[in-house]
Design a protein around this ligand. Structure first.
Ligand code: FES
Length: 139
């Protein structure tokens, strides 16, 4: 006589954790050829930033140079004076596509510096920049 016992298979619930690996940690290695001026002043031709420093749809303020560099669309870079056209405060924030002035809350477009919200009435003046490779410099 044989008794067959059932072996309930206890299947431990196994969770598969899928780790998404982003490319965020990619570091670019730069080959700097040519002369490197080490001045910190915002002189013409001075490298300001790497293109990767500028968030798409946003921008970055370079206080010492007095400029805001923006990337309204992928690969398109613009620069504006960081001095508010209302009463001359330095703009301090960039979010939701606008550059904001802390003094009276004027807002300027990251695309063309135009006034999105007063009291300022004049756009932020555009500054010339040159982009070569992944380096952005004041023109
Ligand atoms: S100085 Fe910028 S809003 Fe007044």
């Amino acid at each position: 006589m044989s008794s067959e016992s059932l072996h309930p298979t206890s299947a431990p619930s196994r969770r598969t954790v899928v780790a998404a690996v982003g490319a965020a940690g990619l570091a670019l290695t730069l080959n700097a050829c040519g002369s490197d001026d080490d001045g910190s002043a915002a002189a013409s031709g001075t490298a300001l930033a790497k293109t990767s420093d500028i968030p798409e749809g946003g921008g970055k303020i370079f206080k010492d140079a007095g400029v805001v560099v923006t990337q309204p669309a992928a690969g398109e870079f613009k620069a504006f004076s960081s001095k508010c056209t209302h009463q001359g405060c330095a703009v301090t924030g960039i979010s939701d596509g606008v550059i904001t002035c802390p003094c009276h809350k004027s807002e300027f477009s990251v695309s063309d510096g135009s006034v999105q919200k007063g009291p300022a009435t004049q756009p932020l003046p555009e500054q010339k920049i040159t982009v070569s490779g992944d380096s952005i410099a004041l023109a």
